[in-house]
Structures are given as C-alpha cells and as structure tokens.
Design a protein around this ligand. Structure first.
Ligand SMILES: Nc1ncnc2c1ncn2[C@@H]1O[C@H](COP(=O)(O)OP(=O)(O)OP(=O)(O)O)[C@@H](O)[C@H]1O
Ligand code: SF4
Ligand SMILES: [Mg+2]
Length: 331
C-alpha cells in the first residue's frame, strides 16, 4: 500500500538525535544525528544503510525502547512521552518492533502458543478464552497450523519461528511495526514467503511498516519509500522507484551498483562503483558531508559545509552539494 501523503503521518520525527556514551565514558557516539522524516499511514517506509549507520537505533527510538537525546517523535500527532505512565504503556502496544533473530526473541522453555499469548496476558487483554481466540487467530493469519502451538521453539524451522514472532506482535493489533532485518536470518528460499506474508498482513490489517535492512533487494521489494542512511544521517529519501531508478546521492549510487545481479534491470547501473574504505567512526565524523572521505566526487566545499537537505524531485530528498548538477549521476 502506498500510504497517504496528505493524511496526518502516523509517525513524525524531527531533528532526532540519539547518543551513547563510549565504554570509557570519555566520548559520545552520536548514532543518530539530526534526522527528520514522516511515516505515512499504510505505507512501508524502508531504511537502508551499511552496518553501524544507525538504523536499529532509529527503529528502537521510534517505539521508545530508547530515549532520544534531542528532537521529537510524535505518534499520530501526540508525544507519547508526555502521556501518564499507564497510558504510555498501553499506547506502546500500538507500535511494535520485530528483530532479526527469532531464537533470541523466543523463550526456549515456553510452548509456541504460550509465547503468542504472552503479550496479551501482560496487557491483561480480555478473558482467558478471548486471549486464546486472538492468539489462535494470529497464528492462522501468519500461516501456522494450530497443532504447532504445543511445540517448543527448537521443534520449528527458522521461517516458522519468525512467523511466531510476527503472530506475537499481531495479537496486540498494532498500528505500526518496525521490522529490523526480519528476514536476514532466514534461508534465501523462504525470504520471499515471509516478505509476501508481511505484504498480505499489511493489506488485510491496514498496517504501517518501517522496514530496516542492509539488503537493497529486500527493501526495494517491499517499500513504498526508501531512506538511505549514512553515519547517523539520512542522505537520500524518496519513492522507491525514484531512489532505485534514479539515485541522486553518490552513496546510494554506490550501494545500487554494488548490488549483485538478481536486482531488476531498472535498478542496475552499468557502471559499477566500488565503495572504498570503511565507514568512519561516529565518535568523530568527517566535517561537512560525512560521505566525503569515500566519495569520488568530493570537492573542497564538501569538507567545509554540511550539504542542505533538498527536495530535488517531487517527494525525493537528498543531501549532496552537487546532486542537481547535470551529468553528476553516473547511471
Ligand atoms: N547501546 C549502545 N551503546 C553504545 N553504542 C551503541 C549502542 N547501540 C548502538 N551503538 C553504536 O551506534 C552506532 C549505530 O548502531 P546501530 O545498531 O543503530 O547501527 P545499524 O545501522 O543498525 O547497524 P547493523 O546494520 O549492523 O545492524 C554504531 O556505531 C554502534 O556501535
Ligand atoms: S556533498 Fe560532496 S562529498 Fe558529499 S556526496 Fe556530494 S559530492 Fe560527495
Ligand atoms: Mg541494526
């Protein structure tokens, strides 16, 4: 579902910063450093970037598993942190997060049905019979036969375990789910099935997703819009077709060109751009444009000035001094 760009956003993030103290407490890692975006109701908002770019930190902050250092996050126009504690707890149930590793998320000593029931029990939702009915309905929705309910996690396949995690999140009937690398631990052969399940659930239940991954083929398969993240900041954001078909930022261009061939032809660039070197440390990021130490187009201004966040095409934003120059794009 494309999401309604005119409706009030389900999540609205402004100037978000999240910092962590280093182990020796001498410095701060700004894992997220000034990010603003809206998530539109009913859309899948993809976030892509290399390891350590800050994707999980954003995801955790979106559902208030982490407290922002600065900036605001509104849910449906409301700041959940301003709510009284009880209301905040119940509000949080509408905004769920699912992580990569289903093994870590499932208690090995609990049966599957007990795991699916657990969030409902913690929330004190309905009667015992109603809770069981809701848990069984969630299992059915994710394609898990009821008889698996009596099994333990080690008796299930990786794909089945991830379905259990999805069912657990669904029992609380959330409005939004942050999916953090949810297919990364799965065999290639079943990734497609699980991604299709996400799409089906979105259609049936009107869900909104924030889909975090470092896998471009996954994010472009499922997302309506894609945000590209580098060293704590967004460098590009736009509709999936524009970002993948005509990437404006050199980092996005490099990510796309580095992708192996299974991508659709529209998303492949003829010229391969190899990303040189490692991402610098977020403790001491480069001045100006953070990508400049790896950018083949870098000029002196790139070290001196932080590129502005500009809407160069409808709904398509980029932070690069030269993204609007003709012949800039190598594709
Ligand atoms: N609890 C923490 N304490 C200290 N530093 C942290 C903490 N969590 C994350 N960081 C640092 O913040 C930065 C961003 O981490 P984050 O986990 O958000 O990246 P990511 O994009 O999700 O990476 P990956 O693709 O590997 O999951 C990294 O430099 C990481 O080391
Ligand atoms: S601002 Fe400069 S260094 Fe940054 S991406 Fe653009 S050209 Fe490269
Ligand atoms: Mg992560």
């Amino acid at each position: 579902m494309a999401g309604d760009s005119k409706a009030e956003p389900i999540v609205s993030v402004r100037d978000l910063e999240v910092g962590f103290q280093t182990m020796d407490r001498r410095a701060t890692v700004k894992a997220v450093d000034g990010v603003s975006f809206d998530v539109r109701r009913g859309e899948t908002f993809g976030i892509i970037g290399e390891s350590g770019s800050g994707k999980t930190t954003i995801g955790r902050a979106l559902v208030f598993l982490l407290k922002p250092t600065a900036g605001t996050i509104l849910h449906n126009g409301v700041d959940p942190q301003a709510l009284p504690r009880k209301q905040f707890q119940s509000h949080r149930r509408d905004y769920q997060i699912i992580f990569q590793d289903p093994n870590a998320a499932l208690n090995p000593r609990m049966t599957i049905i007990s795991s699916v029931l657990e969030p409902l029990e913690l929330a004190g939702a309905g009667t015992k019979a109603e809770r069981l009915a809701r848990a069984q309905d969630a299992m059915e929705r994710v394609g898990l036969p009821q008889e698996l309910g009596e099994r333990y996690p080690h008796q299930l396949s990786g794909g089945q375990k991830q379905r259990v995690i999805i069912a657990r999140a669904l029992t609380l009937r959330p409005k939004l789910i942050v999916c953090d690398e949810v297919v990364a631990a799965l065999d290639m052969s079943i990734r497609g099935d699980v991604l299709n399940l996400f799409a089906e659930l979105q259609r049936d239940l009107g869900l909104t997703y924030v889909f975090i991954t470092h896998d471009l083929s996954v994010v472009s398969h499922i997302s309506d819009r894609i945000a590209v993240m580098y060293l704590g900041r967004f460098v590009e954001l736009g509709p999936t077709e524009s970002v993948s078909g005509r990437p404006l930022h050199p980092y996005t261009q490099a990510l796309l060109s580095a992708e192996p061939l299974p991508l659709p032809s529209t998303m492949r660039s003829d010229r391969r751009i190899i990303l040189q070197g490692e991402m610098p440390s977020p403790i001491d990021p480069p001045s100006g444009c953070r990508f400049r130490t790896r950018c083949q187009y870098a000029q002196s201004v790139c070290a001196e000035q932080t590129p502005a966040w500009r809407e160069l095409e409808p709904d398509h934003w980029v932070a690069c001094h030269f993204a609007d120059r003709p012949n800039f794009s190598p594709s």
